[in-house]
Design a binder for this molecule. Structure first.
Ligand code: 5GP
Ligand code: ZN
Length: 120
């Protein structure tokens, strides 16, 4: 059954969260995107916005994936407003690859806020 589900990678921690193998605190879910609280928060609000499709990183994006990433940003805006930081401001961050500080090889957008954040 090789092509059964090409969207999921078996060894990926975020795919395991997506299929319920690993628990998480889900704060958003639709057919394309989920969001959950970061296990090791670096700000009072630290949410990870994750596509259901296993895309390893921005560097591995395929044609059409830009629409998913656009929707991830839209979800970040909704979650920022829900968390009442829409007006004060927040930081959106995508780490790419080893030197970019990416640890989990499944594309994700960090939503950070709830305090004054330093440059990066
Ligand atoms: P990266 O450095 O890859 O951009 O960020 C990965 C993030 O995923 C880190 O902030 C880390 O704390 C978070 N993380 C890693 N494993 C888990 C997990 O099992 N559950 C949750 N909720 N977050 C995780
Ligand atoms: Zn994955």
């Amino acid at each position: 059954m090789p092509e059964e589900n090409e969207q999921i990678s078996e060894d990926c921690v975020f795919c395991k969260i997506l299929n319920g193998e690993i628990e998480s605190n889900l704060v958003y879910s639709d057919e394309e995107i989920v969001a959950f609280n970061d296990i090791n928060p670096k700000a009072p609000i630290h949410i990870l916005i994750v596509p259901r499709k296993h895309i390893e990183s921005v560097a591995e994006m395929e044609r059409g994936d830009e629409f998913i990433v656009g929707n991830m940003i839209k979800v970040a805006k909704i979650l920022a407003e829900e968390n009442r930081i829409g007006e004060k401001g927040y930081k959106l961050l995508i780490n790419v690859g080893e030197e970019g500080g990416q640890v989990v090889p499944h594309l994700h957008l960090h939503l950070l806020g709830g305090k004054k954040l330093r440059e990066f």
